[in-house]
Ligand binder design. Structure first.
Ligand code: LLP
Length: 433
């Protein structure tokens, strides 16, 4: 099924732990992450690049999953972090990820975010010339120096879902190639800005190396141009994240080894073409590290067969797993208590949100499903819990971490008190009329 997930006597297990037993103990919906799988995927990614290019730094894109336990695992592995908000800065600090290996990307940064990043000593990846001007003012006012890079829009099509394409010419991210020279000229001349690197991130769930090759080649030409025109030699080149995973068996995919094999020779060629020293190579994988390490468990409540469709109703919805609604994403579904049963019928697996778009899986061939069955949505470790909400006033689910046959609760299930949190009712409204 997946290397760390298997059916034992028909029961679905992950990391040696029976998933139905977890659903019984902790309730549903429930997110479950596999610690060993996260470590394995991190190492696979790092080793693929390090074996070809030793000066590499993996900045885990923590927007994929900011559970504190997950951040601690990656900190133990030696990962840095790619962050985009003050909240993520707070969390990576909390997990002890050293600021020198943190890069703050993100568009429309507020002054407050720029100040927080400056105070924390992380690298600030500028998304616009206007952002640079504002940061310069902040640094001047405080007598501080910021380590900066620019995010460049390399204008390539990564061939993924439109919502996940970030480096198209018309996309909102980064500065266009035409502005790069002037932006770096000004940054290099500014007091308080230490120009350290250059960045790109072309999109997410990318399943071919060619858009990376094209973008990387353009980025390296810019690196060469900065040396030739401004005599600026960069300390790092950041190729972003985006390596896709296999949500479906028949889906194309790329391995970190293939990506490294495709881009490292381009980098080396360009370095020698422009006579440059080796910069540090940053990469920002998110989904690849945590995606298949997580499952979302939900229990079947109501089954409804109409003359047109059969619906399997669950206790989760898009407030728990948003990806199917937002991107039309496919997540493989396994009946956790009869994981090896053959498919018998075609059904829609419906969520419990009062919106017709809330179908978690469409037209799936599944074994006979009974009320009370636990369904496992695979590959829910990235952009799963983190995109959950309290919509329809349903408290957010709990999260469990499995490791070597054992498990720990790493996030408590929210309660109704969490629906009241931070709300205030003006006294006059409490009056009985
Ligand atoms: N670096 C930057 C600057 C990013 O914006 C992202 C993701 C990454 C790295 C990591 O990309 P990854 O390796 O995870 O593909 N919610 C969507 C995905 C949004 C990705 C946003 N940026 C989903 O559920 O598919």
């Amino acid at each position: 099924m997946r290397p760390h997930i298997s059916a034992e006597d028909g029961r679905l297990t992950m990391g040696g732990v029976d998933l139905v037993a977890l659903a019984d103990e902790f309730g549903t919906p429930l997110y479950v992450m596999d610690e060993d799988r996260i470590r394995q995927r991190y190492r696979e990614f790092r080793d693929a690049f390090q074996s070809l290019y030793p000066r590499v730094r993996i900045c885990y894109a923590c927007k994929a999953n900011t559970s504190l336990a997950v951040l601690h695992i990656l900190r133990q592995e030696g990962a840095g972090a790619d962050i985009l908000s003050e909240g993520e800065l707070f969390l990576v600090n909390e997990a002890g990820i050293p600021p020198e290996s943190v890069i703050f990307t993100g568009n429309n940064k507020t002054d407050r975010e720029l100040e927080a990043a400056l105070d924390a000593g992380v690298t600030i990846n500028l998304d616009a010339v206007h952002e640079m001007e504002r940061l310069e003012g902040i640094c001047r006012a405080r007598g501080m120096t910021a380590r900066v890079s620019f995010r460049v829009n390399p204008a390539v099509d990564p061939g993924t879902h439109p919502h996940l394409s970030t480096g198209l010419r018309e996309s909102k991210f980064g500065i266009p190639e035409e502005e790069v020279l002037e932006a770096y000229r000004r940054a290099a001349a500014a007091d308080g800005l230490e120009v350290a690197g250059i960045h790109m991130h072309i999109g997410s769930q990318i399943t071919s190396t060619s858009p990376y090759e094209e973008a990387c080649s353009r980025l390296m030409d810019l690196v060469g141009m900065l040396k030739q025109e401004l005599d600026v030699e960069l300390e790092f080149v950041d190729l972003g994240g985006g390596v896709g995973i296999r949500y479906r068996e028949d889906e194309p995919y790329i391995t970190p080894g293939q990506l490294a094999g495709a881009v490292v020779p381009i980098i080396r060629d360009k370095l020698s073409e422009y006579g440059l020293e080796e910069p540090e190579l940053y990469l920002e994988p998110g989904r690849f590290i945590v995606g298949d390490a997580g499952v979302m468990l939900t229990r079947v409540s109501t089954i409804k067969a109409t003359p047109y469709k059969k619906f399997i109703g669950t206790d989760a919805g898009f407030h728990v797993l948003a990806r199917p609604l937002i991107y039309g994403s496919y997540h493989e579904v396994v009946v956790a208590s009869r994981a090896d049963a053959p498919p018998e019928e075609v059904v829609d697996i419906a969520g419990n949100v009062c919106e017709s778009g809330d179908i978690l899986a469409r037209d799936r061939r599944v074994p006979a499903i009974r009320p009370g069955d636990v369904l496992a949505f695979l590959d829910a470790g990235a952009y799963g819990f983190i995109m959950a909400s309290q919509y329809n006033s349903r408290p957010r689910p709990a999260e469990v971490l499995v490791h070597a046959g054992g498990y720990d609760l790493i996030r408590e299930r929210e309660g109704f008190e969490d629906l009241l949190r931070h709300q205030r009712v003006p006294e006059r409204l409490r009056e009985v009329r």
